[in-house]
Write a protein that binds this ligand. Structure first.
Ligand code: 5AD
Length: 367
C-alpha cells in the first residue's frame, strides 16, 4: 500500500482553520511553530542563491504571466555565454554556493550550449546549479543533468488540475507537469515546486491540497508567492472567466505566509525561499516575515541590469537599480538584524542527501 507522507502537518481541520484565518495574531502560533521546525531541521543559516534570468523568450500562454507569448511589450533577450558565465563568476565572488538559472520556455535555447556552460560553471567555480526552465524534453533534462546540473524547479502553480488547465490554454496538463518532476527526480535531480497564492478562481481547498502534495511529492524545494496581476496578461483581460470561489484564496502577505508555514511543516528539511513576489507585495515586512515563518533561502538577482526589467513576469519585478554589492550588503545587515547568517557551501536539501547516503549504503551492501 502506498503510504501518504504528511510531514509534520496539522490535522486537515486545523489546516483549514489556519487557511481561513484573517487575524495575524491568531496565526502567530503557526508561524512560531514553522520557525521552530525550520531552526531544528535546517538551522539558522540562510542560503543565498544567485539568480540569473537567462532568457525571457517563452512559447507558453500562461494566463497570469507578463512574458507569455503575445503578452509582453518588453523586448525579448537571451544571454550569451559571456553574459551567463559572468553571472556565475559574480555569484561565486559574493560567496553564493548555488546558481539558479531561470528562463521562459524558450524554443531557441541552445540546449547543447547550455550543457557546456554548466560544465564551465562546475569547472571554474564548483557552484551547485538549479535549473528552472519550464517543461523541457526529458532528453534535455538528462543532458543537463549529465553536464552537472543538480536541481530542477518547476511550479505546479495551483493544486487544482481544472484551474491549471483553465490558466494554461496551450496543451500540457497539470498531471504532465507533476510527471516531469518525478522524472527529474529519477534522473538524480533534487526537485522543487510550488504555487501562487490568490490566483483568480483559486479557493482554500486548492491551497490545502497543495500543502498535502508538497509532502506527498517529498519536495526538496518549495516556492510560494502571491499572485500579482499583470495588466498585459490574458488573465487580466478575461478576468470575468475566473469567477471568485466561494472561499477564495487571498493574494495577501498573511495568506502567503500561512501557506509557507504549512509548507515547512509538510517538509521540515526542505529549502524554502523567501520569494521576490512576497517582498514585492509587502516591501517592508515580507522578507523578514517569510524568514520567521519557515523560509531559509533568498535568491538575489544577478541578471544584468538592462535585462532585469525585461524579465517582466509581474509588475515591479525587476525594478531595483541597486548593484550586486549594495544588495548583498543590505542583505547581510538585514539577516544579522534577524539573528540569521548566510550559509557557507552549496546548501543541498538534507532529505536528498540522506536518501543519497541510504542508496550508497544499499549499493555497498549489495556489492
Ligand atoms: N504573479 C506572481 N507570480 C507569477 N509568476 C508568473 N506570473 C506571475 C504573476 N503574475 C510565477 C509563476 C511562475 C514563476 C516563474 O513566476 O509561479 O512559475
Amino acid at each position: 500500500m502506498k503510504t501518504r507522507s504528511r510531514g509534520k502537518l496539522p490535522s486537515p481541520e486545523a489546516i483549514r482553520r489556519c487557511l481561513a484565518e484573517e487575524d495575524p495574531a491568531a496565526l502567530a502560533p503557526l508561524f512560531a511553530e514553522a520557525d521552530a521546525l525550520r531552526m531544528r531541521h535546517v538551522g539558522d543559516a540562510v542560503w543565498l542563491r544567485g539568480l540569473v534570468e537567462l532568457s525571457n523568450h517563452c512559447r507558453r500562454r500562461c494566463a497570469y504571466c507578463g512574458i507569455a507569448v503575445g503578452a509582453s511589450r518588453v523586448p525579448r533577450y537571451r544571454l550569451d555565454r559571456d553574459g551567463f558565465l559572468d553571472c556565475a563568476r559574480r555569484a561565486h565572488g559574493l560567496g553564493y554556493g548555488t546558481l539558479v538559472v531561470q528562463a521562459g520556455e524558450d524554443p531557441g535555447l541552445d540546449v547543447e550550449g547550455l550543457a557546456e556552460w554548466i560544465r564551465s560553471v562546475k569547472t571554474n567555480w564548483g557552484l551547485a546549479i538549479t535549473l528552472s526552465l519550464g517543461e523541457r524534453d526529458l532528453d534535455e533534462l538528462a543532458l543537463w543533468r549529465a553536464a552537472g546540473a543538480d536541481r530542477y524547479f518547476l511550479r505546479m502553480e495551483t493544486a487544482d488540475a481544472a484551474l491549471y488547465d483553465h490558466l494554461h490554454p496551450d496543451g500540457s496538463s497539470w498531471a504532465d507537469r507533476l510527471a516531469l518532476l518525478v522524472e527529474a527526480r529519477r534522473m538524480g535531480y533534487e526537485i522543487g515546486s510550488g504555487i501562487m497564492v490568490g490566483l483568480p478562481g483559486q479557493d482554500l481547498d486548492d491551497l490545502h491540497h497543495a500543502v498535502e502534495l508538497f509532502a506527498e511529492l517529498q519536495l526538496d524545494m518549495i516556492g510560494v508567492g502571491p499572485y500579482i496581476p499583470h495588466p498585459d496578461s490574458s488573465l487580466q483581460r478575461r478576468i470575468e472567466d475566473f469567477p471568485p470561489a466561494s472561499e477564495p484564496a487571498r493574494a495577501t502577505e498573511l495568506q502567503t505566509l500561512t501557506v509557507l508555514a504549512l509548507a515547512r511543516m509538510a517538509r521540515p528539511t526542505a529549502n524554502l525561499p523567501s520569494t521576490t513576489a512576497l517582498a514585492r507585495v509587502a516591501p517592508g515586512t515580507g522578507r523578514s516575515g517569510a524568514l520567521g515563518a519557515g523560509a531559509n533561502v533568498i535568491m538575489p538577482n544577478l541578471t544584468p541590469a538592462p535585462y532585469r526589467r525585461a524579465y517582466d513576469i509581474y509588475p515591479g519585478k525587476g525594478s531595483t537599480e541597486a548593484t550586486d554589492i549594495e544588495t548583498h550588503r543590505q542583505l547581510l545587515a538585514s539577516l544579522a538584524a534577524l539573528g540569521r547568517f548566510p550559509g557557507q557551501g552549496r546548501g543541498d536539501s538534507l532529505s536528498f542527501l540522506r536518501n543519497q547516503a541510504t542508496l550508497e549504503a544499499q549499493k555497498e551492501a549489495q556489492a
